[in-house]
Design a protein around this ligand. Structure first.
Ligand code: UDP
Ligand code: MG
Length: 351
């Protein structure tokens, strides 16, 4: 050996923030400014990763500008719209942080809450999820359906999923690595994170109205999202199908008994076709619903079996110049789990 000193093992800590964006041209520049300001005060090292989910407006252009001007930001874009869950998954795949925050692009989730999340993380939490105590600027319909949905889901799911929780959360690298290794195509991320376990703690916050732009979750997408949540975390609907079948059969049996009794004892035939018609319609309705429920599960099995990638990346920007060593060593360091000291070193004292 020629006496070159072996460098002390450094533990570069980094906070990654993943922001999925779909047609967010009105808000994305303001979001970047606000996020950067908040993060700058909170942590020593951070990166912001924007995932453009096939936007059809100027989002992509604006993101390239942001990345050009700010070395702490990076972006990737999809070949088409793959959906919020895929965008988040891509962000998790491309980020290097020891801790990762997922946040929407519309500032509905206040970035300031990240400070509280970091505090919990330095105190040893592995997941800090945001719980919405109030939701401003969302329709009564959306708030009510969301509240009912989370309660039904919790009833039916085999994994307890916290109520009134979105994807706004901070996760430690070890949780992110497990999440990345989960191969499911139908990704109900908030449920998957609950399933993983470790120490998960809530942080309450007030959800604001969108700063600009409109929601990208119309009723159609909300229903699909709810179905994904239910079907990927519960097989109760399948059992419900069985019960519906039994109930219909019971009703039919009662009908048969009634018809026989009136014929044999009271000597009056059950009049008319109406009863037959109703019975046939009822039973076939139940059967079709049951077939539909089974079909939903089979469709998901089919999609899973095909094993297509979750998304197709069209462009990336800002990753090359990220100090490659920081990225790889951050990954290496934290795969053993970051120590409390390491975590504290990342978070600035006043955070
Ligand atoms: N989003 C996405 N792909 C989609 C729909 C939405 O990446 O297909 C992003 C969107 O840009 C935003 C986040 O997901 O950052 C949440 O969407 P939105 O605010 O429209 O939903 P809401 O808050 O109204 O439920
Ligand atoms: Mg929103």
């Amino acid at each position: 050996m020629d006496g070159v000193p072996i460098p002390a093992k450094t533990t570069p800590m980094l906070l990654s923030v993943v922001v999925p964006c779909f047609n967010e041209q009105e808000v994305i520049a303001i979001t970047h400014e606000t996020l950067s300001r908040v993060l700058h005060d909170l942590v020593a090292e951070y990166e912001i990763i924007y995932v453009d989910d096939g936007s059809r407006d100027r989002t992509l252009e604006i993101l390239h500008d942001i990345v050009r001007d700010d070395p702490r930001s990076r972006m990737l874009s999809f070949a088409r719209n793959f959906g919020h869950a895929s965008a988040v998954s891509a962000g998790l795949e491309f980020c290097a942080g020891s801790a990762v925050v997922i946040i929407d692009a519309d500032l509905q989730d206040p970035p300031e809450v990240i400070g509280q999340m970091l505090q919990q993380w330095t105190a040893g939490a592995d997941v800090v999820y945001g719980v919405r105590t109030e939701r401003d600027g969302e329709t009564w319909f959306k708030q009510r359906t969301a509240a009912v949905f989370y309660r039904i889901l919790n009833r039916m799911s085999e994994t307890p999923i916290p109520l009134d929780t979105g994807d706004f959360r901070l996760m430690d690298r070890r949780v992110v690595d497990v999440l990345r290794a989960m191969p499911e195509q139908d990704r109900f991320i908030r449920g998957m994170v609950s399933w993983i376990g470790f120490r998960q703690v809530p942080v309450e916050y007030r959800r604001h109205a969108r700063v600009a732009g409109t929601t990208k979750y119309p009723l159609r997408k909300m229903i699909r999202f709810a179905v994904t949540g239910l079907l990927s975390f519960s097989s109760a609907p399948l059992r419900m199908a069985t019960w519906a079948g039994f109930s219909a059969a019971l009703v039919a049996l009662a009908g048969i008994a009634y018809a026989l009794l009136s014929k044999l004892i009271f000597r009056t035939a059950v009049p008319g076709w109406a009863a037959t018609f109703v019975a046939v319609m009822f039973v076939s309705g139940v059967q079709l619903i049951c077939t539909g429920i089974i079909g939903e599960y089979i469709a998901r099995v089919y999609i899973q079996i095909k094993g297509r990638p979750l998304y197709v990346v069209a462009t990336t920007d800002g990753f090359g110049r990220a100090t490659e060593s920081t990225v790889t060593s951050a990954l290496r360091t934290v795969s053993h789990g970051a120590s409390r000291e390491d975590r504290a070193a990342l978070v600035k004292a006043k955070a």
